[in-house]
Design a protein around this ligand. Sequence first.
Ligand SMILES: [Zn+2]
Ligand SMILES: [Zn+2]
Length: 78
Amino acid sequence: MKKHIKEHHEEVRERPCPHPGCNKVFMIDQYLQRHVKIIHTEERNHICDMCRQAFKQQKHLSVHQSIQEQASDPLILA
Ligand SMILES: [Zn+2]
Ligand SMILES: [Zn+2]
């Protein structure tokens, strides 16, 4: 019985969130994945097609893309 408890304990290891500035630690991998998905992934799901930068809000991405389009179009600069 003791042996069984020890084996079970060895399976449990802490899984800290890999995102900088986030101190969350999970004991179950599924919980960590769910946390990352909810807190870190869906928050920044507006991704620029050109440079893969992620933004929290659609309007931030729109502003970023409009600047990028102007900068990459030589006709506008001329
Ligand atoms: Zn986190
Ligand atoms: Zn971009």
